[in-house]
Design a binder for this molecule. Structure first.
Ligand code: ATP
Ligand code: MG
Length: 358
């Protein structure tokens, strides 16, 4: 039995409320499937720490965390006290870049019992992944202001696409598509508008497609792709996109499949040189913090993704992942549910019910 060392970073706001439920379910799954999970609580990377120390994390955060197998992360941010760009850039974005978590992976799946905002959709119709490039592309800090204060005032922000960066995200997406029954990959582009970077992206997609003859490969401009997410989500299987386009799609996708409170995500370093990070899609939600009504399912589902990744295809880990998803589905259908899903249950009621179902 292999041991997995997991750093537990609850962060801010409802991150602190949903984390205990995530840990409760992981502990139950470890028990049932005989997995050895060792949790270490990290009490920094939150805004209280920032207010005391002037930084979100200690200077040696990298050294302290690099030896873990995974980071299980709640949410960061408390906009009343600390501006979002400080809390995010000082924690989550440092993890993503420092640990080279270049894949941002979000499953988009319509789950049983969840009302779909799109008309006439049933379970099974929406079931795909958004694979977002997480380290380069449009989100660079290269650029600046010129001629400030004059009529010629001009602002430039560069996009950076490297062969290495583009090829590795495409390879991850093609591999994922290859493993799925539909074997269908959709690439987001905008080569008619961004006439330098996106034609390069398209070229790399075509080059890689040659090595995956079984994968059917489509490309869509980002504008029509957004429309297709809403009008015909059933046509997608694996959708791969640059940092900016992926950011947009990975919020739009889960929104098409229901409430934000249940959506999970993973930030992966597939080579396992550094820990990968697993977090719910939602943020710290200051508006509902402190009432024990946050939906813990996004946190719990992210924990299931973590087990799957840690197990690298091992049967017990795969079974634990599947069992947690079945337990989530059961509770989504039978309750109890938190208020965001129309119920009256508390965060911990839902966590306990998922453990029972497991
Ligand atoms: P980010 O930190 O990504 O910027 P945000 O500030 O855009 O996040 P969230 O913190 O996710 O947004 O909150 C958006 C809305 O969704 C809020 O009204 C919040 O109450 C609600 N919400 C978010 N997560 C949950 C949850 N787990 N359960 C119930 N409601 C939630
Ligand atoms: Mg926020």
């Amino acid at each position: 039995m292999s041991t997995h060392r997991i750093a537990v970073i609850a962060g801010d706001g409802i991150g602190r409320e949903v984390m205990p439920e995530g840990l409760r379910v992981l502990a139950a799954a470890a028990d049932r499937f005989d997995l050895d999970l060792q949790f270490t609580t990290i009490d920094w990377a939150n805004c209280d720490y920032y207010l005391q120390h002037g930084e979100m994390m200690p200077a040696d955060w990298f050294e302290q965390l690099k030896g873990f197998d995974a980071l299980y992360f709640g949410a960061a941010g408390w906009p009343d006290k600390v501006p979002d760009h400080i809390s995010l850039w000082g924690s989550l974005l440092k993890f993503r870049r420092g640990f080279d978590q270049y894949v941002n992976l979000r499953p988009v799946r319509l789950m049983p019992g969840v009302p779909c905002p799109l008309a006439n959709r049933k379970v099974g119709d929406i079931d795909f992944y958004v694979v977002r490039e997480n380290t380069e592309g449009e989100y660079s800090a290269v650029g600046g202001r010129m001629f400030e204060g004059t009529e010629r005032e001009t602002v430039v922000q560069e996009s950076i696409f490297t062969r290495k960066g583009v090829d590795r995200i495409l390879k991850y997406a093609f591999d994922l598509a290859q493993r799925r029954p539909k074997k269908h990959l959709t690439s987001a582009t905008k080569s008619n508008g961004m006439a330098i970077s996106m034609p390069y992206w398209d070229e790399r997609v075509e080059a890689m497609a040659a090595s995956y003859p079984e994968v059917r490969c489509d490309k869509y401009h980002i504008d029509i792709l957004c429309a297709r997410f809403v009008l015909s989500p059933e046509r997608f299987d694996v959708v791969v996109a640059s940092n900016l386009f992926g950011d947009i799609l990975s919020d739009l996708g889960p929104a098409c499949a229901g409430t934000i409170g249940i959506a999970p995500s993973a930030n992966l370093n597939p080579e396992r040189d550094f820990p990968s990070l697993f977090e719910p899609v939602h943020g710290s939600a200051p508006d509902i913090y402190g009432r024990n009504i946050a939906n813990p399912i996004g946190m719990i589902w992210s924990g299931a993704m973590m087990l799957d990744f840690l197990g690298q295809g091992d049967a017990a880990h795969g079974a634990a992942h599947d069992a947690i998803l079945r337990a989530i589905e059961r509770v989504l259908v039978d309750g109890p549910l938190t208020p965001d899903m129309g119920g009256a249950a508390s965060t911990s009621d839902v966590g306990l019910a998922i453990v029972d179902a497991l």
